[in-house]
Design a protein around this ligand. Sequence first.
Ligand code: DC
Length: 231
Amino acid sequence: MEKKIIVAIDGHSSSGKSTISKQLATSLGYKYIDTGAMYRAVTLYALRKGFIQDKAVNKDKLIQALPKIDIKFRYNPKTEKTDTYLNGENIEDEIRALEVSNNVSRVATIKEVRQAMVKKQQKMGKDSGIVMDGRDIGSVVFPEAELKIFLTASTKIRAQRRYDELKAKGLDVSFDEILENIEERDHIDSTREESPLIKADDAIVLDNSNMIPKKQNEWLLEKVEAVRNAH
Ligand code: DC
């Protein structure tokens, strides 16, 4: 039987991590885990509870509430996608809204939030055969992952992709606002004290600015094959 591995995919916001991670997981018959969705779920919880006012997060209240935040992923056979659940409620659409995007990076800087999420992620991936995407998967969550990818693309291209995605969902958004949000998130994610977004030493960089998802999947499958042959 082929050895099951852990594939860690880290990179900048809107670099297409989830698209290629989902595709790769399907190709390999692996489980896909979107860790950004978990930080988004915590942010939605905090917003609903009024723990975030004018972008300032009430850390103490949020940390205290952490044990009450249950996050799960469930496969939706109708859409053939995995939906995120917060305390039993499907919040998949709500966590993609701009209000959550605008606040999530700040929530993700909180040490206690990160520790709680990392613990959950390690539990979810303990049996291998997973593709997990995020910012600290190769560096903190699974430093022992057999394959680590660092995904990036130019800021303008990332903003355009996000804009197209939200427009397709019928949302009224401005390109400049999205570009600003991406630049701000890059800055917060890369400069935060607690497990910042960095390329792990043994991660392979994939700049997909000019590469369609199908080509990226082929490229990734080659890397997986090479890792399996080496083990
Ligand atoms: O991948 P995304 O845009 O859905 O992630 C949302 C935010 O969560 C992003 O601004 C950074 C944070 N994040 C993180 O700090 N660590 C992760 N493993 C995943 C996401």
